[in-house]
Design a protein around this ligand. Structure first.
Ligand code: GAP
Length: 444
């Protein structure tokens, strides 16, 4: 019944829905916007927090051997020297002098020809460093330069000893962090897919070198299962890319790619980073970051397995696979079919999980009481304006999995009608069992 929207327009439709319904807007829009920066509106931040909470619960709260961290965005500049970002985190770019297009050299089919206008009038390749620079303190000189973090994992390595000592964790164990990262991307594009300010969810797992590949396989499977079981991704919309060309220190790397409207794109990386990160920070800081294993008297530099995903990309990936257009359930026979835009979001991350809709204004008071009861357990909305059909449409468009209609019989039979978003099936449910019913369906 429902036709998947596959066309080129899908991204435009998603961007338009996000703006119209308050999921995501361009940052500073009244000043013309700023390229590569996006604001999450009321529904957007509800959904973003729900995804973040799902990840945190899965990666930290349900595991004894993963600790959390919330580090600063600005670190000592030597952190980025040690990590290699200051020397290597750059793209080689050329500009077309005729049409002013800019290209990454490594992505050009022909590095001597502008792929936009065909001109050969190109600049020499130039390095563009992706680190965002700022100054700490009142003097804006080289002594006071600092950088906004380009990835959330570096402070995890820097704080490795502090976390280990404070928590008395023994290897193997991990440290996880969710937070903002900043990159001066040359060419931000594809909506939030490549932004200049974005949120990462990263976990660094520390183990003995001999067990590195075992843990790499373990985390790869865990992360794939997360997308399949918690976010409903199927083999149609995700795939695994195995890196053949590895960084010199890495032992293995895969990307979990998903289908975005513009094609397949990287969502998450699971990387075996060897001993590189801790060794570099030991060398640059002078602090010994080796681990002493009391059980067998061995001292060694831990090996790191990383899982790293962008929250904004996860958000966009979920929207991409959830956007559908089909036919509304409220069309009267003989009338033209009404188009329905529906986001088939997983109930765990939907910005609104339950909408309470009184059938008539006369029922507002009793229905509002039900709304306040449910709102303590689910993300709820109370909507009284417009026909019931219009209200269903509004909830479908923001992905609300359950609409509850409080009608004139509700007073006498102590029951409400629950309408399920995807099937549009309606069911009469007694108020005494409503909460259990919803908890069961939403999947707590
Ligand atoms: N610590 C490893 C690391 O940062 P990465 O592949 O550069 O690796 C990890 O980034 C994840 O962060 C990516 O898979 C992607 O989901 C997200 N990400 C990276 N750059 C991004 C950008 N410019 N905009 C949005 N998300 C981005």
């Amino acid at each position: 019944m429902a036709d998947e929207v596959k066309d080129q327009d899908l991204m435009n439709k998603i961007v338009s829905l996000c703006k119209r319904r308050g999921f995501i807007f361009p940052s500073s829009e009244i000043y013309g916007g700023i390229n590569g920066f996006w604001d999450y509106g009321p529904y957007g931040c509800r959904m973003k927090r729900a995804i973040e909470q799902l990840w945190w619960h899965e990666m930290v709260e349900t595991r004894d051997n993963i600790e959390g961290l919330d580090s600063t965005i600005i670190c000592h500049p030597r952190v980025w020297k040690a990590s290699g970002h200051l020397d290597q985190f750059s793209d080689l770019m050329v500009d077309c002098r005729d049409c002013k297009s800019r290209f990454r050299v490594d992505l050009m089919d022909d590095p001597n020809t502008c792929s936009n206008c065909g001109s050969h009038n190109l600049t020499e390749p130039r390095e563009f460093n992706l680190m965002m620079k700022t100054f700490v303190g009142p003097v804006f000189d080289d002594e006071h330069v600092a950088y906004l973090r380009a990835e959330t994992c570096q402070p995890i390595f820097v704080d490795f000893n502090s976390v280990r000592v404070a928590t008395r964790q023994k290897l193997p164990f991990g440290i996880a962090q969710i937070g903002k990262a900043f990159r001066n991307e040359i060419n931000p594009r594809n909506f939030t897919f490549r932004s200049r300010e974005f949120t990462q969810m990263e976990m660094e797992f520390f183990c003995h070198e001999d067990e590195g590949m075992k843990w790499f396989e373990y985390w790869k499977e865990q992360r794939i299962n997360f997308y399949r079981n918690k976010l409903g991704f199927t083999e149609d919309n995700y795939r695994i890319y195995v890196h053949e060309k590895l960084a010199h220190y890495a032992k293995a790397a895969i990307d979990i790619e998903v289908k975005f409207p513009f094609g397949w794109g990287e969502l998450e990386g699971v990387h075996h980073r060897g001993q590189w990160d801790l060794s570099r920070h030991s060398e640059f800081s002078g602090e010994d970051l080796q681990y002493f294993d009391h059980d067998n008297g061995r001292k060694f530099m831990p090996t790191v397995i990383e899982t790293s995903v962008g929250l904004d990309r996860t958000f966009l990936a979920i929207l991409s696979k959830s956007y559908y257009e089909d036919t509304a359930d409220t069309c009267k026979e003989g009338k033209d079919q009404e188009l329905r835009i529906v986001l088939r979001l997983p109930a765990t991350v939907a910005p609104i999980q339950v909408a309470v809709l009184p059938l008539s204004k006369k029922l507002n008071e009793a229905a509002e009481k039900l709304y306040f009861d449910l709102n303590r357990h689910f993300r709820c909305e109370f909507d009284v304006t417009g026909s019931i059909g219009k209200r269903y449409r509004r909830q479908d468009e923001i992905g609300t999995p359950f609409c509850i209609t409080y009608d004139f019989e509700s007073e006498s039979d102590n029951a409400v009608t629950v309408r399920e978003r995807d099937s549009m099936q309606q069911e009469r449910v007694n108020l005494s069992t409503l909460r259990d019913y919803l908890e069961d369906k939403i999947g707590f």
